[in-house]
Design a protein around this ligand. Structure first.
Ligand SMILES: *Cc1c(COP(=O)(O)O)cnc(C)c1O
Length: 365
């Protein structure tokens, strides 16, 4: 019996453990110098030195980024329905309404035509998701935002290091957000990083993160406690020194799968795009659920379905989208499977994944 190949595997090493130990021994564990250093280093590494604000989750990052950009009650923000629920949730939590648009078939990211059709007098902004680590169609969305006087926000939760025509994701919108949850391309345990287009949005986000205070006990606005701890930041700082190597490993694993898989639709990469393969997602047009079960039970290969239920069909978010039909979103939800692509895979694992997929997909190549 072969060992099970998990669909994701966070990598935590001795350096991370030593960093945490150093912070614990210092006795200063809440937000402090480690967080400040992590923000600077993350900004320099991923977003060309944009101002960055570390928070305690990616979801908090989206929520605070939207509030810091002036989104609130009465506004609408256009988002994909084919994403993790945090995208639409964060809009709803500001008091604004998420308006769901469809995706394009190749890379599962927002379809600009569907976005344009969803614009109303109340639309405040557009928030694409760089889903699975592939950049959304930012040029087209930028043009639409400009034409209609809208803001652009980026859910880059899955896309650390992705870029379009040499420009990193997280530098297009008024703000971008990167998640640091354990299964993402790098982690701080839990956490999120807001990348802001200017100092005003960054300052607003910092205020909201800490009870509306810049100076102790001089609360300027009503805010949250969404602070990251120095313990978490110290993990993130170490991961930042390793993430580029992990991304290369993901890309190499993806290239091998692209060249070897038969009987499934492998994920295309748009011209000018750098894909960082948070997920390696194929389409299985027939009996996707049977395919997933067979991989697991006959071949001990794990996989994931992201996401089986479109957000506009969830009990929580459906009230924002009565009667809405999004054909490409529905089709994707029924066909996608994400195969293991993480940096811990050995060549033996990759060979087993290929043999399993090709056997189950029935191509027998
Ligand atoms: C993970 C994720 C989030 C939320 O990040 P958390 O750190 O889990 O709060 C938001 N959007 C997308 C697309 C994600 O994958």
């Amino acid at each position: 019996m072969s060992e099970f190949i998990p669909p994701a595997k966070p990598i935590i090493g001795d350096e991370e453990r030593e960093a945490v130990d150093r912070v614990l021994r210092s006795g200063m564990v809440a937000q402090g110098p480690e967080v400040a250093a992590f923000e600077r280093e993350f900004g320099a590494h991923f977003v060309q030195g944009r101002p960055t604000v570390a928070v305690n989750s990616g979801t908090a990052g989206l929520h605070l980024g939207l509030l810091a950009s002036g989104v609130g009650a009465g506004d609408e923000v256009i988002v994909p329905s084919f994403t993790f629920a945090a995208t639409g949730n964060s809009v709803a939590l500001t008091g604004a309404s998420p308006v769901f648009a469809d995706i394009e078939a190749d890379t599962f990211t927002l379809d600009p035509a569907s976005v344009e059709a969803a614009i109303t007098a109340r639309t405040k902004g557009i928030m694409p998701v760089h889903l699975y680590g592939h950049p959304a169609l930012m040029r087209e969305l930028e043009a639409i935002a400009q034409k209609h006087g809208l803001m652009l926000f980026e859910d880059a939760a899955q896309a650390h290091g992705a870029s379009l025509d040499g420009r990193p994701v997280g530098t297009f919108g008024s703000f971008g957000m990167f998640s640091l949850y354990p299964t993402k391309n790098m982690t701080s345990g839990e956490g999120g990083m807001i990348t802001a287009a200017d100092d005003t949005i960054a300052r607003n986000a910092r205020l909201l993160r800490n009870q509306g205070m810049e100076r102790q006990y001089e609360n300027e606005v009503v805010g949250f406690n969404a602070r990251m701890t120095d313990i978490h930041a110290s993990i993130g700082r170490v991961q930042l020194t390793k993430v580029d190597g992990w991304t290369r490993a993901r890309q190499e694993n993806a290239a091998f799968l692209d060249a070897s898989l038969r009987g499934v639709v492998v994920p295309p990469v748009r011209e000018g795009a750098v894909h960082v393969y948070h997920q390696y997602t194929v389409r299985v047009p027939e009996d996707r659920d049977g395919f997933v079960t067979a991989l697991r039970e006959e071949h001990q290969v794990g996989s994931g379905v992201y996401y089986p239920i479109p957000n506009h069909r969830l009990p929580s978010l459906a009230p924002y989208a009565p009667g809405l039909e999004l054909p490409e979103t529905e089709r994707a939800a029924g066909e996608v499977v994400s195969l293991p692509v993480h940096p811990s895979l050995s060549q033996g694992d990759l060979d087993r994944i290929v043999a399993a997929v090709n056997a189950v997909a029935g191509a027998g190549a």
